[in-house]
Write a protein of this length. Structure first.
Length: 452
């Protein structure tokens, strides 16, 4: 990972091989009380035309990531969700004119697609896991499709086609109860929908004119979210094309009208993205200069601004879902970000660097540290060489093959987990949906020790 000037550990920036368009972060509360972290990134750079591949990356706790190639289509939106009854984990990804579903329990497997018929943009999933909404087109329409765990397909699944915005959507989300949808658009409005119809709406404004003639600015609502569990409050962030950004809180009043409760200048530059935590306490805001703001919704004030996280505008952001500790984490990150600079930011309010990554104040290891370092790696290399020397020809024959399929293609990946060398196939054939019905499936296991 890299560390931009001005960003201090334990925050960090991880480099990826492709531009990022979307990120989602979900907290799974397990029956035994453990809390698992699920993160998904998607994006790309045109694949065959540019040499920059289109990919989806899924992270579960501290496990090895799943990486899925999406061929010539770059994912523009991704959502992870859990079915409230079966407790199975799922992921939806908007790719081109389709929404594809993947099962995350127990492995990442392709599980159907819905042909939307138009270019897909922003994606939202109902907490009941019975429907999803997808933005389409340049004038702000979106479609709502029904789904079940058993069926995820186009026939008879379209529930509503909704249109009221006059410009393209920038954000959308379901209410915690799942009966309402909020959308934000470049037309300066945020609208709340119920049963396929506009139920309420707000118009965001900027008081400062955009030039000396006093003409009003064009307002773009860059993000929106329901701000409480009853959907009595919503939050928006808006700005002009090149002007300062405001974060606003709106309160539901009689007559299904949301009235302004708070409006605060949050950045001298335009905002580009917004995310709110699952517990509705933390708001994360991305800014055009690549900086990130963490905002306390309860106190209604900024907690911290992280400067220079990205070299380009923040394209996507995800606030930490819950404050609970996740399984295996050493650092409690509070936001994850993405940008077209091919980097992902992991930002935290903590100042303590985990002991295993701490160094002496002068940057040296000290005599004992260097002695331990040399002994450890000498023994490690000796064991590895002895273990692999007898099995290298077999490993080479298994792990260097590359499959060329029509469609999205496939590669063989080998990695060690414990004392087992696993061979995993990442594949997607356009004619048969998924090779072996799974994008990432262990296909072979080889013991490290000779003869096993």
């Amino acid at each position: 990972f890299i560390m931009p000037q001005g960003l201090q550990p334990p925050c960090r920036i991880d480099q990826l091989s492709f531009p990022l368009f979307a990120v989602d972060w979900f907290a799974e509360v397990r029956p035994d009380g453990e809390v698992w972290s699920w993160v998904a990134y998607c994006g790309g750079g045109g694949s065959a035309r540019t040499g920059v591949r289109n990919n989806i990356i899924v992270l579960r706790n501290e496990d090895l990531p799943f990486q899925i190639s999406t061929g010539d289509q770059a994912g523009c939106s991704v959502k992870i969700y859990q079915h409230p009854e079966s407790k199975r984990m799922w992921m939806l990804v908007a790719l081109g004119t389709t929404v594809k579903r993947f099962s995350l329990s127990p492995q990442c497997q392709f599980a159907g697609e819905v042909n939307v018929g138009e270019k897909c943009e922003h994606l939202a999933v109902s907490p009941k896991a019975d429907q999803f909404a997808i933005g389409v087109g340049e004038e702000g329409p979106f479609k709502v499709f029904g789904m079940t765990e058993e069926c995820f397909a186009t026939p008879a699944s379209l529930l509503y086609t909704c249109k009221s915005h006059t410009k393209s959507l920038t954000s959308m989300a379901y209410s915690p109860s799942g009966d309402r949808i909020i959308t934000a658009a470049r037309d300066g409005t945020a609208q709340i929908w119920k049963n396929g119809k506009v139920w309420a709406g707000v118009r965001c404004t900027i008081d400062e004119p955009n030039d000396k003639k006093g003409r009003p600015q064009q307002v773009l609502v860059r993000g929106c979210a329901f701000a409480d569990t009853e959907a009595n409050y919503i939050v928006t962030v808006h700005s002009g094309r090149k002007s300062q950004a405001y974060i606003s809180m709106w309160r539901l009043s009689p007559g299904n009208k949301y009235k302004i409760a708070e409006k605060t200048l949050c950045s001298p530059l335009p905002a580009t993205a917004l995310s709110i935590s699952m517990d509705k306490k933390l708001i994360a805001i991305g800014v055009a200069d690549g900086s990130v703001i963490l905002w306390d919704k309860t106190e209604w004030k900024p907690i911290k601004t992280f400067q220079g996280v990205h070299e380009l505008p923040v394209t996507c952001i995800a606030a930490r879902p819950l404050l609970d500790s996740f399984v295996g984490e050493d650092i409690r990150f509070h936001a994850r970000t993405g940008s077209l600079d091919c980097n992902t930011g992991l930002l935290t309010l903590e100042t303590r660097v985990p002991k295993k990554t701490q160094m002496p104040s002068d940057g040296s290891r000290g005599f004992c540290g260097w002695l331990f370092f040399l002994i450890f790696w000498t023994l490690t290399l000796s064991i590895v060489i002895m273990s692999l020397s007898s099995m290298f020809p077999h490993v080479q024959s298994v792990c260097t093959r590359v499959y060329d399929n029509q469609g999205l293609g496939a590669t063989v990946v080998c990695f060690f987990r414990g004392d087992i060398l696993h061979q995993s196939v990442k594949a997607w054939d356009s004619s048969t949906s998924c090779v072996n019905h799974g994008l990432v499936q262990p296909c072979r296991s080889i013991r490290r020790r000779a003869g096993k």
